[in-house]
Design a protein around this ligand. Sequence first.
Ligand SMILES: [Zn+2]
Length: 228
Amino acid sequence: MKRPVCFVCTALLMLALFVQPAAAWDSSVVVFKKNTNGRKTVALTFDDGPHPRHTGEILDILREYDVKATFFVVGENAGYYPDLLRRIVNEGHEIGNHTFSHRCFRKLTVSQMSREIRLCENSLYRICGQKTRLFRPPEGVLPGSIIEYIRKANYTVILWSIDTRDWARTSAEAMFENVKKNVSPGEIILMHDFTRGSHTAEALRMIIPYLIDEGYRFVTVTELIGSE
Ligand SMILES: [Zn+2]
């Protein structure tokens, strides 16, 4: 899944967002990284699944703490594990579009990118009857050429403000320390439910109780951005 370049791509995207003249961007395309309204809420997000082991394990932990999260689903994986997608939805979590096959947009044409978004949308709708308005591009790479399609399709682009780096098999302790050090109201936390050898579940058992003790409320992305 080319994780090592993820950080670089994200940095480039951030740079592009800041250096582009305002007129080059359609202001009706909203890109969220966090909420700045000051409310003590955080959104946990899990990308790339569903996965036969990780997704179930993560769902069990979320249920244990009665925490709702948002899963940015890869359409192809949803097709392999439809029951897991239904479980995500039935347990009250939110789903978002993370393309059909997780190809990085950097190398794709507009028609390939829009097809990736559409196929994922169809897959999610076929399996659980839901349409999502949340879109997260693979590796956080969002070329300007796809903006018009995203605007017309009425998606909100969701990035993140804290990258736990679980995709790099970061230890649970290091992930916990990262969150502890950087958390503030309105953060969107990036994690994955499809990385072999990751310590995501173990880290969640430290991160969730800590944030609850600190007075944070876990919300879905829609709830987080809806109170902007
Ligand atoms: Zn991804």
